[in-house]
Design a binder for this molecule. Structure first.
Ligand SMILES: [Zn+2]
Ligand SMILES: [Zn+2]
Length: 409
C-alpha cells in the first residue's frame, strides 16, 4: 500500500524529486523502509510491518512506532527474539504472550518502552538473557510501564552500563508494573543500569529488604545481587480529594458529587466515591397576607422560598369571629388554648422551689397553701366578666397548690 501511494506521488511529482528518491535508495526496492527492528532475525520493513511473519503473530505500526506480539512464539533459530535499534520503540502485547527461545531475548540498542496488555513471559536458557541493553549510543533508557513481565534466564534485565566499560550507559525506569524475574539458574536478576533504576508507583516486594543501588538490585545485605526479584504495582501516591460531576441539590431534589483521588505521580485514578447531598429545606420567608379575612370571607396568606421564588406556599386565614378581640391575630385563640393544658404540667415545676422552702421551715407550710386557694374564689368572684383566660389562670394556680400539697406528704 505504501508503494502505491509513493508511485502515485511520483507520477505527479517534479522530476527533481524523482531523482532524489532514486539516489536515496540503494537497490531496486527503493521505496521499502527498514525500521531498524529485527524479530527472530527478520528485519521489519514497510513491506512486512502489517504482519511480519504472515501469521499475525507480530505486527509493527510505524505511526505509533509500536511492535506488538499477538501470540506465543517458540523459537530455536539462533537469533534474538528482538533486536531493536529504533529510537522510541514501544513493545506491546495484545494479550498474555509467552516467548520461548533457545537463545537470547530482547536486545535493546535504543530507547525502548515496554507496555503490555496481558503478561509477557520471556523464557531463555540459563546462559542467555531475556532483556539486555547494549548500544553504540551514549545512553539507552528502558522504560517498563503499566506492564506485567515474567522473565527467566541468566539475567532478567542486564543494563550493560559501565560494568565492562563498553562506553555506553543505561537507565531503567519501572512504572506501575508487576514484574517477576527468576535468574536462579543464572546469576543476576537486574544488574548494571549505571544511570540507576527508578521506580514509580511500584515497589520491590521480594526479596525482603532488597536494596536498589548503583544500578543493581541487591539482597538485603546490600552486596549480593538478587537472583529473584519481584516488583509489585500499585504503590501510588494519593493526592487530595477532587470533586467531580457535582450536581447541586435544590429544595426538593438531592444533589450528588464524585469524590475522586488520583495518584500525584502517574495520574492513575485510585478511588471514586459518589456522594449524595440531602435536598435543601425550603427557606420560607414571612407570611404575607394576600387577602384579609372578614367575618364572612376567609383570607389568604402567602410565603415565598428564599432559595427559589417559584416555591410559594399559600394558606387560608379563617373567617373572623364576631368577637372584637381576635381581629388582629387569628392564631392567638389557638395558642391560648394550649395554655390551659400547659400550666397543668409546667406549673408544678415552678412550684417545686416552693416545696423546698417549706421543707427547711415546716411551720410555714400551711401559710402559702391556705393563701393560694383563698384569693382564687375572690378573683373569680370579682371579675366574672374578664373571660376564660383569667379564670383559667386561677385554676392553674389552684392546681399547682394542690400538687404542692401532694408532694409534701
Ligand atoms: Zn501512580
Ligand atoms: Zn424552596
Amino acid at each position: 500500500m505504501k508503494i502505491k501511494k509513493i508511485s502515485a506521488a511520483l507520477v505527479t511529482a517534479a522530476a527533481m524529486a524523482v531523482s532524489l528518491l532514486s539516489f536515496g535508495a540503494s537497490a531496486e526496492p527503493e521505496t521499502v523502509e527498514d525500521y531498524g527492528i529485527a524479530v527472530l532475525g527478520k528485519q521489519v520493513t514497510s513491506e512486512n510491518a502489517d504482519d511480519i511473519f504472515g501469521d499475525g503473530s507480530v505486527t509493527y505500526d510505524p505511526e505509533e512506532n509500536a511492535l506488538t506480539f499477538n501470540s506465543d512464539i517458540e523459537y530455536s533459530g539462533g537469533n534474538y527474539l528482538l533486536d531493536n535499534d529504533k529510537d522510541g520503540l514501544t513493545i506491546r502485547t495484545s494479550k498474555a504472550v509467552t516467548l520461548k527461545t533457545d537463545w537470547a531475548g530482547f536486545f535493546i540498542k535504543n530507547n525502548t518502552t515496554i507496555e503490555t496488555n496481558g503478561k509477557l513471559t520471556i523464557e531463555c536458557p540459563s546462559n542467555t538473557m531475556p532483556i539486555f541493553l547494549y548500544n553504540d549510543h551514549e545512553r539507552v533508557v528502558l522504560t517498563v510501564k503499566d506492564s506485567e513481565l515474567d522473565l527467566k534466564g541468566y539475567a532478567g534485565m542486564f543494563g550493560y552500563g559501565d560494568m565492562w566499560d563498553f562506553g555506553s550507559h543505561s537507565a531503567l525506569k519501572i512504572i506501575n508494573s508487576d514484574i517477576t524475574i527468576d535468574a536462579s539458574d543464572g546469576q543476576f536478576g537486574i544488574v548494571d543500569f549505571d544511570e540507576g533504576i527508578e521506580l514509580e508507583c511500584c515497589e520491590i516486594t521480594s526479596p525482603e529488604g532488597a536494596v536498589n543501588k548503583d544500578g543493581n538490585i541487591y539482597e538485603s545485605d546490600g552486596t549480593t545481587i538478587a537472583q529473584k526479584v519481584t516488583f509489585t504495582s500499585g504503590a501510588h501516591t494519593e493526592g487530595s480529594t477532587v470533586i467531580e460531576n457535582e450536581v447541586a441539590p435544590d429544595c426538593e431534589n438531592e444533589g450528588s458529587r464524585d469524590e475522586v483521588v488520583y495518584c500525584t505521580v502517574c495520574g492513575a485514578e485510585l478511588s471514586r466515591e459518589t456522594v449524595t447531598v440531602d435536598a435543601l429545606e425550603h427557606d420560607w420567608g414571612e407570611w404575607e397576607t394576600v387577602t384579609e379575612p372578614t367575618e364572612d370571607e376567609e383570607g389568604l396568606r402567602r410565603r415565598v422560598c428564599a432559595n427559589d421564588a417559584d416555591h410559594v406556599e399559600e394558606e387560608v386565614i379563617p373567617k373572623l369571629d364576631p368577637e372584637p378581640e381576635p381581629e388582629t391575630s387569628e392564631p392567638e385563640p389557638e395558642t391560648s388554648e394550649p395554655e390551659t393544658s400547659e400550666p397543668e404540667t409546667s406549673e408544678p415545676e415552678t412550684s417545686e422551689p416552693e416545696t423546698s422552702e417549706p421543707e427547711t421551715s415546716e411551720p410555714d407550710i400551711s401559710e402559702p397553701e391556705s393563701e393560694a386557694p383563698a384569693p382564687a374564689p375572690s378573683n373569680q368572684g370579682s371579675n366574672p366578666a374578664t373571660g376564660a383566660a383569667a379564670g383559667l389562670s386561677v385554676i392553674a394556680i389552684a392546681s399547682a397548690a394542690a400538687v404542692a400539697l401532694k408532694k409534701r406528704r
